[in-house]
Design a protein around this ligand. Structure first.
Ligand SMILES: [Zn+2]
Length: 231
């Protein structure tokens, strides 16, 4: 790693598995992430900027910005999670985000009420939230797997080299995707609401929303995995 100070721009080079990752940052401003010269910011929608953050250990996205954790930079999976967050920046996600805020408010309000009717509403809202989260995570993963192919062809950086085989690569994606499935069950469990039957029905519902999409993700991942580099 070396640092150059040049006209207010800090350039940091990282050796990154099969390539050199270059971060160009201006003081307090956004950064450009270049992999073997290919500017990854080209994959973000207009108006989105990438920032470097010292807090947290994962990449995050907030309205209009993607935050890259400096701790994650050396992780071979960094590119995977960065592109996942880029996938979240897609415009059609914004509509859902408004509903998302309403849902959080409704859940908070309903969490204080325990009549039978309110518990049913709580479960209904949580089910809607499950559908929303599943769709969002699936789309972000599909988009990030497609971007991996673009990055491979444009930069020559081959993320596949970080994994022993397809199964290892795909299980990494599924672990992230399924963490939301478990998250939904956790939210319900923590609320202490519902009968045993309602809990088991909800558990089955969450599985039914997430599991059918795993083959869709697997197909997309396999298309990427089998990409041949031009000779
Ligand atoms: Zn996500």
């Amino acid at each position: 790693m070396n640092k150059d100070l040049e006209q207010n721009t800090i350039v940091t080079n990282y050796e990154f598995s099969s390539g050199i990752l270059v971060l160009e940052s201006s003081k307090g401003g956004s950064i450009k992430v270049k992999l073997n010269g290919f500017d990854l910011s080209k994959l973000t929608p207009d108006g989105y900027e990438i920032y470097l953050s010292d807090s947290g250990s994962e990449c995050k996205h907030k309205e209009g910005r993607i935050e890259v954790s400096s701790k994650e930079l050396k992780n071979p999976s960094f590119l995977l999670t960065l592109l996942h967050e880029v996938g979240h920046s897609a415009k059609d996600e914004k509509v859902d985000l408004d509903r998302d805020k309403e849902i959080s408010r409704e859940l908070k309000e309903l969490s204080r009420k325990n009549s039978e009717k309110d518990v049913l509403r709580y479960i209904g809202v949580l089910e809607e939230y499950t559908r929303l989260v599943e769709k969002r995570e699936r789309q972000a993963w599909l988009s990030s797997i497609k971007s991996l192919k673009t990055v491979l062809l444009e930069s020559g950086h081959d993320v596949r080299k970080n994994f022993a085989n397809f199964e290892e690569f795909f299980s990494k994606i599924i672990r992230h995707y399924k963490s939301y499935l478990l998250g939904m069950k956790y939210v319900f469990e923590k609320s202490g609401k519902g009968t045993d039957k309602q809990w088991h029905d909800f558990e089955a519902y969450v599985d039914q929303i997430f599991n059918p999409h795993i083959p869709i993700l697997e197909d997309e991942a396999r298309v990427f995995w089998e990409t041949e580099l031009p000779k």
